[in-house]
Design a protein around this ligand. Structure first.
Ligand code: ADP
Ligand code: MG
Ligand code: MG
Length: 252
């Protein structure tokens, strides 16, 4: 498997420092969860990993195995095997879901290695069945009029089709009903394996009832302030974040 290594990462938005030294290592075969109160920089971390232009890395490093991720363009990051599910996926006009997926997959496979149309359709059909998605979702325009649950299922379809080395899933569970949550979890659990590492960013412990993470991290004020196993998520659910603030002497 591959390893995503983040060292002493500092990130600014519009000149304001949001991430103040994040250290994290995600390896193939591992599922990590990052939890934390609102506004502590969780989404900033995922945006910085994927190279969103608004987020300026002022110091520190992000590497995928031996490769310097910060030197790569956004599309190169995807081709190198990083995947980001966005908190608010945008609508792209005039591109069907199937077209989009096929070109994303072919871009990743590279020239000369493109998937045949037949094989693509067969694979997509199979994955859509698995995710209990309506077949007509394939021919709909990307994200146009998708419900919240459909968007999330679709992100998991993308994940399963693209088979990234490391995925960063930011609030993949927000606004999902229980059925959609189960399907999303089923997809992520299906991906589990030595060749797949995953960073799940979530507000709620609920998702972690279905996907047992190997590691749980708490982010506060732009840093990872505590790490542990699944029991840490359970304690946060039961007791909130105050005990950590007290432990660390953090003021609100
Ligand atoms: P979280 O995901 O943990 O809720 P975010 O990373 O979204 O936190 O936000 C961290 C801080 O950065 C917040 O204070 C937020 O207001 C600020 N912030 C996030 N995105 C932007 C942006 N695009 N422009 C300006 N400020 C932002
Ligand atoms: Mg937020
Ligand atoms: Mg967020």
């Amino acid at each position: 498997g591959s390893t995503l290594t983040i060292k002493e990462l500092h990130v600014e938005i519009d000149g304001k420092e949001i991430l103040k030294g994040v250290n994290l290592e995600v390896k193939g075969g591992e599922i990590h969860a990052i939890m934390g109160p609102n506004g502590t920089g969780k989404s900033t971390l995922s945006s910085a990993i994927m190279g969103h232009p608004k987020y300026e890395v002022t110091s520190g490093s992000i590497a995928l195995d031996e490769q310097d991720v910060l030197e790569m363009e956004v599309d190169e990051r995807a081709r190198a095997g990083l995947f980001l599910a966005m908190q608010y996926p945008s609508e792209i006009n005039g591109v069907t879901n199937a077209d989009f997926l096929r070109s994303a997959l072919n871009a990743k496979l590279g020239e000369g290695n493109e998937i045949s149309l037949m094989k693509f359709i067969r694979t997509m059909d199979k994955q859509m069945d698995f995710l209990e998605m309506d077949q007509d979702m394939a021919q709909r325009y990307l994200n146009e009029g998708f419900s919240g649950g459909e968007k999330k299922r679709n992100e998991i379809l993308q994940l399963m089709m693209l088979q990234p080395k490391i995925a960063i899933l930011d609030e993949i569970d927000s606004g999902l009903d229980i059925d959609a949550l189960k399907v999303v979890s089923k997809g992520i659990n299906e991906m589990r394996g030595e060749e797949f590492g995953c960073l799940i960013i979530t507000h709620y412990q609920r998702l972690l009832d279905y996907i047992t993470p190997d590691f749980v991290h708490v982010m506060m004020q732009g840093r990872i302030v505590k790490s542990g196993g699944p029991e840490l998520a359970q304690r946060l659910e039961a007791e909130g974040y105050d005990w950590i603030k007290q432990e660390l002497g953090i003021e609100d």
